[in-house]
Design a protein around this ligand. Structure first.
Ligand code: ADP
Ligand code: MG
Length: 294
């Protein structure tokens, strides 16, 4: 390689790193930092013998005396697509902050499978274990192509040096091709992410999560700001992900919820108010009350 090409390559990597630093997502509920986790090697295998991939029991967290999460208990089965609804301020984003290690609860238990106590791990370790999170706003790297964004998703938290010598192996390359098809961006592989529509950016970010082959995906208001057509395509996408991954989806769009949901959990004042099919929870007097403010 000529020195010129090397220099160009190095500059490109620098730009990528700068883009990564700029786009690093922050908590949306402004949650308290959980930095006291034990340093540990995350286990590769999630124990599903009790039929649940995620388990929260009596979880509470207060911010300045205000109970944002109040004795919250919830469990999610492997491959399940669970929808979470609830009024603003119900604690939905804070719940995701707790699962992902961004916020540490004051009390309660949070387990990934039957054996992994998530409260003992740091945010980065939890992500590595296979819990992927999609924040509300798209955080793709606008000045990189669709392909480069997906490729970059495989090498987060690695240094500049390892990025320079990074090559996709054949399994990764296959996953990238599959992901492009899943997120319906195969025709846009060379486009800069900045030129995509809002919906396409959201799909690309979901694709970036899929590159890490997550066992559990947490999605916070994924169809906010999407057109009706984009919303329908997102519903299709989630239905194809169901079964292969477990999904926890927070959304306000009831048509969207109706098209994807099995069990819906209604969160209010930091705990579960109702749970069941959408028809069942929508007919629940207490749910009607919190939504209509009667
Ligand atoms: N870091 C924080 N400090 C103080 N209050 C917070 C913090 N994070 C969240 N809250 C409060 O906790 C409640 C739940 O917030 P959030 O989880 O964002 O609700 P949702 O996502 O359901 O709209 C809100 O009343 C919010 O103002
Ligand atoms: Mg929220």
């Amino acid at each position: 390689m000529t020195p010129d090409l090397l220099e160009q390559g190095a500059r490109r990597i620098e730009q990528r790193m700068a883009a990564m630093a700029k786009a690093s997502p922050d908590t949306e509920s402004g949650g308290r930092n959980a930095s006291t986790g034990r340093i540990a090697k995350p286990e590769g295998v999630v124990d599903l013998t009790h039929g649940r991939i995620l388990y929260l029991e009596d979880v509470s967290v207060s911010f300045d005396g205000f109970k944002a999460i109040n004795k919250l208990s919830l469990d999610i089965a492997p491959g399940e697509l669970r929808c979470i609804i609830g009024p603003n301020g119900a604690g939905k984003t804070t719940m995701m902050d707790i699962i992902t290690g961004k916020t540490r609860p004051d009390e309660g238990r949070v387990y990934f499978g039957s054996t992994i106590d998530l409260l003992r791990y740091k945010e980065a370790e939890i992500a590595q274990m296979g819990i992927g999170r999609k924040f509300q706003k798209p955080t793709v790297f606008e000045q990189l192509t669709v392909f480069e964004n997906l490729e970059l998703a495989l090498k987060t938290n690695k240094g500049v040096k390892s990025s320079m010598f990074f090559r996709l192996d054949s399994a990764q390359s296959d996953r990238l091709s599959e992901t492009l098809i899943t997120i319906q961006l195969a025709d846009s592989v060379g486009r800069l992410a900045g030129t995509l529509s809002h919906g396409q950016k959201q799909w690309l970010e979901i694709g970036m999560l899929l590159m890490q082959d997550p066992k559990l995906l947490l999605l916070d208001e994924p169809v906010a700001g999407m057109t009706d057509e984009e919303t329908d395509r997102t519903a299709e996408l989630f239905l194809t992900l169901k079964g292969k991954h477990s999904l926890l989806v927070v959304e306000h769009d009831m048509n969207f919820i109706r098209s994807i949901s099995d069990i819906v959990t209604v969160l209010c004042d930091g705990s579960v108010l109702a749970q069941g099919t959408l028809d069942k929870v929508q007919a629940d007097e207490r749910v009607i009350e919190v939504y209509l403010g009667r």
